[in-house]
Design a protein around this ligand. Structure first.
Ligand code: N01
Length: 550
């Protein structure tokens, strides 16, 4: 539960702001803190009844961070100095505690309306302001405010996706999407549990369910190529020692591809002997976490043969964990389902061990698909009705754009932002879309977002947006709009990377390919954080030529 129990909107209807922020995760809170300190009238609307963004919603058993704790926090020394995470990969409740701690220090909440869902935003060309209509989710009451600028910080995973399984509405048991888990929890103990989906959420919830459920049935479509987490608890001495490195680690974040304190190796897979390659893989494997992925040889995402070398290493390592050889082909197939890491790998702790338990069944949907959901459970093509008490939909998100398109955003001509994405996302510098003035995204489409450690990019891109808003304020500029030619140039740069990368070789949420009807395209800036910062900072230094400012 949200310990502070914030609920009510604390704004007056019709109130006018300089900047309205949507979302109180890392990105929104960073905007709030910095803009407030620089004298902007700023407010946040947050649909959850507490802060933390995804960490408010994702409270399913086992939900935990896949980034190192040291990397997964704000860089402000005021905050890290007095905060110690208890584990290398903290769980959701500890991350929530962290947000409450940060709130106590910086008092974000005085400028946040919780339980407040932004329903629509309409640009008023005459006043150069957004009219924003929101709904208080506690009372159902709707109210409007206006803001000169709108900063959308809805993250990449705020719109849960539930596939249209036939019969789902007839299911009589308990059913939850992982990202809408009841805030008060629900027991797994002694129940028959089904988990559909084996992404990061499915893996994590399955590990917990396997411990206590009477039976756990995991429905897998694509095998997850999970990496060893190597969780460990921190002693007080560990935490004290770490503090000596924080400044250096935080500074390093912006210099690496994915915003961590480690990076790809400076050479390719075949630049070394077979023996050295194996030694390197073993070393990365021992460190675990994302290091075997984002700290691999530098041709990992570009050279299929190089990528395959690591896949084979992963497969052989993983098979050693699975005693029942009949499951090898399902869980760690001979041929890769897709190049390694072009779908987001999960970190696992004991995932591969649970398949040795009598209370765990794996259903490979590629061989035996779901026919429909019945009142009692899930019917598969082999005619078996898997009866369950709790159905867990770990089926992911309408990622990156879904959180934005859920809001009915319209420009002065009445054109909707959602419609404008039909041909694909289009932005200048991953920050704003032509035709929709005075609106910015942080951690959104065509920015490094999901290819970057969340807190790092919330700050790195966030700082640039704050500087830009400051620039507009200093110049008394009431209006800014991305130029279509800048969008085109940005798209060309994304396409250049995609032409040589392996990302389009998987049906992933990175590419929007998990949502029926959604345009399949790279939703992120795939060129890494340093290159991204190079582009946006050059824009700032040149007076923001990608934008028409009046
Ligand atoms: O969602 P996903 P997620 N029938 O989209 C399956 C972050 N995250 O919530 O792969 C059957 O990855 C789908 O199958 P397939 C993290 O960045 C982070 O797990 O499309 N199955 C897949 O197995 C992550 O990547 C953390 O074939 C269907 C699963 O559902 C992102 O959020 C924790 C189906 C969806 O996996 C999303 O992760 C949790 C269907 N019709 C999340 N439709 C941490 O860092 C979909 N699936 C801790």
């Amino acid at each position: 539960n949200d310990k502070k129990g914030h609920t009510m909107a604390n704004v007056a209807p019709g109130q006018e702001f300089d900047v309205l922020i949507v979302g109180a995760g890392f990105a929104g809170l960073y905007q709030l803190d910095k803009l407030r300190k620089r004298g902007h009238q700023v407010h946040v609307f947050e649909a959850g009844s507490g802060l933390g963004g995804v960490w408010y919603w994702n409270c399913y058993p086992g939900a935990r961070v896949d980034s190192w704790a040291s990397m997964y926090q704000f860089s402000d020394p005021e905050l890290w100095r007095d905060w110690n995470f208890s584990e290398l990969y903290p769980d959701w409740s500890e991350v929530r505690d962290y947000f409450h701690y940060a709130d106590a220090k910086l008092d974000f909440s005085k400028d946040i309306s919780y339980s407040t869902h932004v329903e629509s935003a309409r640009f008023d060309e005459e006043r150069k302001r957004w009219n924003v209509e929101a709904k208080n989710l506690q009372t159902g009451e709707k109210f409007s405010v206006t803001a000169n600028y709108l900063v959308v910080c809805t993250g990449f995973g705020s719109a849960p996706y539930t596939p249209a399984f036939p019969g789902l509405e007839t299911y009589a048991g308990e059913v939850h999407h992982t990202a809408r888990w009841p805030q008060s929890g629900t027991p797994l103990e002694g129940r028959r549990v089904a988990v559909i989906g084996t992404g990061a959420s499915g893996i994590q919830v399955s590990q917990e369910a396997a411990k206590v459920a009477e039976h756990l049935t995991i429905f897998q479509r694509t095998p997850m190529l999970a990496l060893p987490m190597r969780q460990r608890r921190f002693t007080d001495a560990d935490s004290a020692e770490q503090k000596e490195h924080y400044e250096e680690w935080m500074a390093k974040r912006n210099t690496t591809f994915a915003g961590f304190d480690f990076d790809f190796l400076d050479h390719g897979t075949f630049d070394v002997s077979d023996e050295e390659r194996q030694t390197t893989y073993e070393r990365l494997w021992t460190i675990g976490g994302f290091v075997p992925w984002l700290g691999n040889f530098n041709d990992f995402f570009f050279d299929e043969k190089a990528n395959r070398q690591f896949y084979d290493f992963w497969r052989d390592k993983t098979r050693q964990r699975i005693k029942n050889k009949d499951l090898w082909e399902d869980l760690a197939p001979t041929e890769p389902p897709h190049p390694f890491g072009v779908k987001r790998p999960s970190l696992e702790q004991w995932y591969y061990d649970i398949f040795d338990q009598d209370n765990v069944t794996l259903v490979n949907l590629k061989k035996n698909d779901i026919v429909r959901v019945t009142p009692k459970g899930v019917l598969t093509a082999d005619g078996v009705e898997h009866e369950v008490d709790l159905l867990v939909l770990a089926t992911g998100f309408d990622s990156v754009t879904g959180g934005i398109t859920r809001i009915d955003i319209r420009n002065a001509a009445g054109e909707s932002f959602k419609d404008s994405l039909q041909g694909g996302a289009h932005t200048a510098l991953g920050a704003a879309t032509a035709g929709f003035p005075n609106m910015f995204f942080v951690y959104g489409p065509q920015s490094p977002s999901a290819f970057c450690n969340g807190p790092t990019c919330a700050e790195a891109q966030g700082e640039w947006v704050v500087d830009l808003l400051d620039h507009l304020k200093a110049n008394g500029s009431p209006r800014i709009e991305a130029r279509p030619e800048a969008e085109q140039k940005w798209q060309e740069m994304i396409d250049e990377v995609m032409a040589v990368a392996l990302f389009d070789r998987a049906k992933s949420w990175y590419m929007g390919a998990n949502i029926p009807g959604k345009k399949v395209e790279m939703l992120m800036w795939p060129g890494g954080l340093p290159a991204y910062l190079g582009h946006v900072n050059a824009s700032r230094d040149a007076g923001y030529p990608e934008f028409a400012i009046v």
